[in-house]
Design a protein around this ligand. Structure first.
Ligand code: CA
Length: 558
């Protein structure tokens, strides 16, 4: 059974691997004088009212790696949805005994629907925000995922649940969390932050665009800010790969075999060979993304397919993916993808092709077929059977041009299209900026699902709207992470802390000129570190000292 929450295991919500309680530079940013609660935790039960049920308000001693805190679980706007499902906006709040006066909202991945742990992981092996003294909250964004492949999408049949997921939960959860904080500590947070990757990154962008008064700083990773467009583009990409895949006895394409691991290794090596040195250093990392000009046609077999080349059909399917599919009228559905070093990894394959040896497809893109059917299209698709084959059959056969009209479609019941409700594509951040809010964006260049080029395009449009590079860098910076897959993984320095630089930017006016990051144990160079640089700057080797150490690199415009 493939369910949405299984796709985003906890460690992938954030960067880096296990949460190791090591010495924290972030602790230096916290106040020395912590703020104690003014009431007992269980008194927060009295916050309940007609629109909110408090299911839990319990004092928790330090245990299980979490500092002593007051844990609150509450449900707002409980109701029965259009399909008879029980709906509510859940929130999960943790209020530390020793509060640093700050608040962190952790956005979740997938299509939400899971009330996460909510102690907020800042990445880079840093202690959770809770353990650093922050009050933390997370939300299921208005629904709880049901079992089966349709379980993370069926809430989309309810118009209000779409809106709650799209943006409303960000507002009401923030307001309610701040009310709990005020009741518990006798004051509001001095500073409020939002952290999230993928769909959590989308929520971060929603906040800067729709609710700019709620947060002082937002860190948005690999933002799913054009989720319906990407969900549809994924169908066209899947159809391209399915068309070249061998068929199983049941007649369905074996998607995982469209390209073998050896094929992807061949492609990845050719890309690195072609683009690695454009940044001045052959180190297996392509820092100069804009300079990378590559075409898989360079690998096309002159005749029969062999181990050292790709078939014409494979080249065509890859171009369809990298260039980005279009509708029958030639309109691009989503974005193109950069040629980068991290496409031969499991973190790329598990999204695009899956690993299943037969036609029981387990690619994450395909599992999002359910979201296309129920959450992105208006009117929604007719009911599908709640099994993976039905979702695969829908996704690999849906008429992409017709579905394109429906992600922009409206109905009497759904007066907003899903693109209006869910996407967060505006570059009007004027209120956020006026309030001196700071937005820290990051995106893996080898992200197979949400394209780093789409985030880069948005950032360039923001730059135009905001009046120039310097003006934009004063409140919004984009850090590309070469080699990194979706939120983590790949041959990349993918372990870094986003909260500490965000706090320094907001509270001390120290803008992040670089964020030092470490490579993971599974990379070819586990001892490597690198600066991540704010666009348009890139990491540049200073010419002496170990190339494994970030200290020997600067951030420069090449
Ligand atoms: Ca390089």
């Amino acid at each position: 059974m493939l369910v949405v929450n299984a796709r985003w295991p906890r460690r992938r919500l954030w960067l880096g691997a296990a949460l190791a309680c090591i010495g924290s530079t972030a602790a230096a940013a916290a106040d020395n004088n912590s703020i104690p609660p003014v009431i007992a935790c269980d008194r927060l039960q009295s916050e309940a009212g007609a629109a909110m049920r408090v299911s839990e308000a319990q004092s928790r001693p330090a245990a299980g790696g979490m500092a002593a805190h007051c844990e609150v679980i509450a449900y707002l706007d409980e109701r029965t949805g259009a399909e008879g499902q029980k709906l509510a906006i859940g929130l999960h709040l943790r209020l530390p005994q020793a509060w640093n006066g700050r608040f962190v909202f952790q956005g979740q991945g997938g299509t939400d629907g899971v009330l996460g742990s909510g102690d907020a992981l800042p990445g880079g092996g840093q202690p959770s925000a809770l353990n650093q003294g922050y009050a933390t909250v997370t939300t299921d964004a208005g629904h709880s995922n049901a079992p089966g492949p349709l379980g993370g999408a069926s809430f989309g049949l309810d118009p209000q649940a779409r809106i709650d997921f799209g943006y409303r939960a960000d507002d009401v959860v923030t307001r309610q969390a701040k009310r709990f904080i005020q009741a518990y500590y006798g004051r509001l947070p001095k500073y409020s932050y939002f952290l999230g990757c993928s769909n959590g990154g989308r929520h971060g962008m929603v906040i800067t665009q729709r609710f700019p008064e709620h947060f002082d700083g937002v860190a948005a990773g690999a933002p799913a800010f054009r989720m319906p467009e990407k969900g549809l583009s994924g169908a066209a990409v899947t159809q391209g790969f399915a068309a070249i895949a061998p068929k199983a006895p049941d007649g369905r394409p074996i998607l995982s075999q469209a390209l073998s691991q050896a094929d992807m290794d061949l492609l990845s090596r050719a890309i690195v060979q072609s683009c690695d040195e454009a940044d001045g250093l052959a180190d297996g990392i392509i820092d100069n993304v804009p300079a990378c000009r590559f075409s898989p046609r360079a690998l096309q077999c002159p005749a029969e397919k062999t181990a050292s080349c790709l078939s014409a059909a494979q080249v065509g399917a890859l171009e369809n993916y990298f260039q980005g599919p279009t509708t029958a009228q030639g309109r691009r559905i989503y974005a193109s993808y950069p040629y980068d070093s991290g496409i031969a990894t499991e973190g790329w394959r598990r999204w695009t092709l899956g690993t299943a040896p037969d036609s029981r497809v387990n690619a994450f893109n395909v599992s999002f077929g359910a979201s296309l059917a129920y959450l992105y299209m208006t009117p929604p698709h007719a009911p599908l059977a709640n099994d993976a084959d039905a979702v695969y059959d829908f996704y690999r056969t849906v008429d992409v041009t017709e579905a394109h009209a429906r992600i922009f479609g409206t109905s009497a019941a759904m007066p907003e299209s899903s693109v209006q409700t869910i996407s967060a594509n505006s570059v009007d951040l004027s209120t956020f900026r006026q309030r001196r809010g700071k937005l820290l964006l990051y995106h893996g260049v080898s992200d197979p699902t949400f394209s780093a080029l789409d985030t880069l395009d948005w950032y360039k449009r923001l730059t135009n709207a905001a009046g120039g590079e310097k003006e934009t860098a004063d409140f919004a910076r984009l850090f590309l992470v070469p080699g990194m897959n979706h939120c983590a993984g790949g041959p990349a320095t993918d372990s870094f802390d986003v909260l500490t630089p965000l706090v320094a930017w907001v509270e001390q006016g120290r803008a992040p000129e670089r964020i030092d990051a470490r490579a993971g144990a599974k990379t070819p160079w586990p001892d490597r570190s690198r600066p991540l640089c704010p666009y348009p700057r890139q990491a540049r080797y200073l010419g002496q000292g170990s190339i494994e150490q970030a200290a020997n690199f600067s951030c420069a415009v090449l």
